[in-house]
Design a protein around this ligand. Sequence first.
Ligand SMILES: Cc1ncc(COP(=O)(O)O)c(C=O)c1O
Length: 416
Amino acid sequence: MSKKITFDYWKHLYAHRTGNMYSSEIRDLLALSARPDIISFAGGNPDVKSLDYHKLEKYVKRALLVDGDISLQYGSSEGYYPFKTKLVEVMKLEGIEADEEDIIVTTGGQQALDLIAKIFININDYIIVESPSYAGALNSFKSYEPNIIDIPIDKNGIRLKELEKKLEELKNKDIQVKFIYLVPNFSNPSGVTLSLPRRKKILEMAKKYNTLIIEDNPYGMLRYEGQPVPTIKELDSKNGSKHVLYMSTLSKLLAPGFRIGWIVAPHLIIEKLTLGVQAADLCTSSFSQRIAFEYFSDPAWKDNIKNFIKIYSSRRDTMLKSLEEYFPEGSSWSKPKGGFFIWLKLPEFLNSKEILADAIRNKVAYVPGSGFYASNNGYNEARLAFCSESPKDIEKGIKILANIIKDKIKLYKSFK
Ligand SMILES: Cc1ncc(COP(=O)(O)O)c(C=O)c1O
């Protein structure tokens, strides 16, 4: 094994932007949480074990034996057209009307975020995010060196008064906000859903201040209770305006291993994004897109979503029940109606990063809150993913965490 070099000889050669690129706390933890002896509430990993592998094998075989010359070849930078036709049908189920020409297929939602950042953000530009926000998005955006304004959320999503105040303040300084980034359904990390009246108001604001909304919607189809709320994209199209860039991913509807995401945008923006794909990786995997085309061609994909919903909703219920049963007073948490995540707030004198060390020693992992903030917040908060452990392990893990936290509270009180 080669010896690990600890002195960075190449520091003088790195681009300035690397100073804004931090190792995501999620990625670091994923390494740990992959250990089989750890109960992991860390990564937003879908339960791929519940997929029907024999069906998947059929799709893979067809991709090779029927269309090997397409699956194994370079593809169009905009994406495999028949797959985009399937995406048009899939998005219709969430009320979104789109043409194939308005879609670009990307290497996961993560590349979609990076491409959007690449074509819109100059150094020192202003963008707005909800706070807390998806850490992967913050990491992508930060490497293009913008000023990130974070606006707090409450149980109905991003707070409008603060948002409008900020937009007005920036307008008065002649500053153009490039975009507002939102995960409106069962947000990563908070689990919160943006209410319909707020969706409408934010759209009005985007028009008034002539900016874009990036609507990131990986979890919309994974609803466990209540009625779906129209996407901001749907509201935007109904008004005949073009203020929303909509994006989603196959990672939570099938599996992240395929690395497929997509963006719906006005065609001129798609042209710019296509240049971005050409520079980044020429095209998204033809093989993955061809298999994904088979997946959506089989009506059974909807049963698959129903099965995911059944599995995840019971895990969510177990986590909420266990939090209620074991967690000490002074802690609070979100109650998501879908998606993968519960957002935990601990008493203010506790630090979730410090507690994590104890948790890992006791074989439980989660993600501390600070990685989900552009500013220095979230030290007493944490993201708990309920999607990838069994109900039995969820209860066990929450009990362990609760005991660690109770001990910390006791210790704190003994010093007071
Ligand atoms: C809100 C959000 N956007 C984008 C992504 C990136 O997804 P992927 O790159 O797997 O498609 C994730 C993954 O967890 C996410 O939660």
